[in-house]
Design a binder for this molecule. Structure first.
Ligand code: T5A
Length: 221
């Protein structure tokens, strides 16, 4: 949990879980209520980090050595946290981030088999141990998620082109993370239709923000 004045929510899950759709809906609702909200994403969210994103997702760059992949995701995050996320939280904004360090644990840890201790060290370096206040994990079968991505058309990016076994390991790693930190994670059943998912997501966000506002009032009566 961050000790900064703002509130940090991350949206996580396998490909096609619907994070991007839901983050936009939450941002629209919060903005219409007058909440100062920042929407951002990983890898990306800053010009340098967006350049790294293009390198990472370009299928023409396959195969990428696992260590190179890990370090590029970490480099993008270090820049994003320092230049975008931390300043926004310091100024009291609500930050909605499409993927964050749990994606590294799931994809590079669960998917590629990078040692968890190594991941913890890199997170400390890249984020200064900045953790989300709330993480919404959009969970569904990878076959279904990849089928959704397929209906969008266009070329698959480098990660989407990984095997089904890889995506299954990633999903399992996300679910394990949620089991380890139940106070931070909320697992959302992403198989439901978009509006039904929004209802659940919105309820979770409202509850978390209410607690945050009460905490702020108690800190500065
Ligand atoms: N990565 C990322 C790492 O390996 N390590 C890291 O540290 C980080 C940060 C990022 C890639 O990088 C990897 C993970 C990823 O592979 P990306 O383009 O950001 O790449 O990929 P995603 O985050 O997976 O984003 P997508 O936009 O592709 O997928 P979303 O956000 O899960 O889904 P969304 O909302 O775009 O929806 C996908 C499709 O499904 C439909 C939508 O209309 C859309 O067509 N849809 C639904 N259909 C039916 N029912 C619902 N409930 C639906 N919700 C959405």
């Amino acid at each position: 949990m961050t000790s900064l004045p703002g509130f940090f929510i991350t949206f996580e899950g396998i490909e096609g879980g619907g994070k991007t759709t839901q983050i936009r809906r939450v941002a629209d609702r919060l903005s219409s209520m007058g909440v100062d909200v920042l929407v951002t994403r990983e890898p990306g969210g800053d010009p340098l980090a967006e350049s790294i994103r293009r390198l990472l997702l370009d299928p023409a760059n396959a195969p990428v050595a696992p260590a190179a992949e890990l370090l590029l995701y970490a480099a993008a995050r270090a820049q994003h946290v320092a230049r975008v996320i931390r300043p926004a939280l310091e100024s009291g904004r609500v930050v909605l981030c499409d993927r964050y360090s749990d994606s590294t644990d799931a994809y590079q840890g669960g998917g590629r088999g990078v040692d968890p201790e190594m991941l913890r060290t890199l997170h400390r370096l890249a984020t200064g141990d900045l953790k989300p206040d709330l993480t919404l994990l959009f969970d569904l079968d990878p076959e279904e998620g990849l089928a959704r991505i397929g209906t969008r058309g266009g070329e698959k990016d480098r990660m989407e082109g990984e095997t089904l076994a890889f995506h299954r390991s990633v999903r399992e790693a996300f679910l394990n993370a949620a089991r380890r930190e139940p106070e931070r994670f909320r697992v959302i059943d992403a198989r439901r239709n978009v509006d039904a998912v929004t209802d659940v997501v919105w309820a979770e966000v409202q509850t978390a923000l209410e607690k945050w506002k009460i905490g702020r009032r108690e800190a500065c009566p």
